[in-house]
Ligand binder design. Structure first.
Ligand code: GRF
Length: 203
């Protein structure tokens, strides 16, 4: 399966996918890394790993539909099978999302459906949670929603700051995302009637 990873920034999750896909036994190939900003640091990491990169700058388009159309055209020109959102900070239009239905996944740094949106770690600490985590899910038009493929849980320690918790969750993200993508690429995780069907033993 040919995978495109969409990023806006650091790209540490992208790097974890590239690393996993370097194994010849991995069921997906990272064919393209696309960013919506020229200054996304992950672009350099992808380039250093020998992955094709491109920037489609959202500011060059008058509205969301035209940006999404350019994104869509690029993905189709590259014969992309699966799209991974990895810290991609643009809301996608329902038309684009529908075009990639069940072929686009996202990682979110909370245990969805708790804490969709931004500042998840601060909100989890403020809510008095003792557990936090991350979620990989199929993308639907509503932000941070869609059938859940997998989640990983980490403890929240007394005295954790937003940053210390973010670091702990990020390590879990880097383990979870390659596993979840492999399940989808192998056809072992799929959607039936908006529920996840999993044909695999969990590790
Ligand atoms: C991650 O926490 C991811 O879950 C969220 O944005 C962050 C991106 O980090 N969607 P990185 O760019 O992958 O390092």
């Amino acid at each position: 399966k040919r995978v495109a990873v969409l990023i806006s920034g650091r790209g540490s999750n992208m790097a974890s996918l590239i690393e996993a896909a370097a194994d010849p036994a991995y069921p997906a190939e990272i064919a393209l890394v696309l960013a919506n900003r020229h200054d996304a640091a992950g672009l350099q990491r992808a380039h250093a790993a020998g992955i094709a990169t491109d920037v489609i700058d959202h500011k060059a388009f008058p509205d969301r539909p035209s940006f999404d159309a350019a994104l869509d055209a690029r993905l189709r020109a590259e014969r992309i099978d699966l799209v991974c959102l990895a810290g991609f900070m643009r809301l996608l239009t329902p038309g684009f999302v529908e075009g990639w239905r069940d072929r686009m996944i996202n990682i979110h740094p909370s245990l969805l459906p708790l804490f969709p949106g931004l500042h998840t770690h601060r909100r989890a600490i403020e809510a008095g949670m003792t557990l936090a985590g991350c979620t990989v899910h199929f993308v639907r038009a509503e932000m941070d929603s869609g059938p859940i493929i997998g989640q990983a849980v980490v403890p929240i320690a007394p005295g954790d700051s937003e940053d210390s918790l973010a670091a702990r969750v990020l390590s879990a993200e880097h383990r979870l995302y390659p596993l979840a993508l492999a399940l989808v690429a192998d056809g072992l995780a799929r959607v039936e009637g908006e529920r996840l069907v999993l044909d695999a033993q969990l590790p």
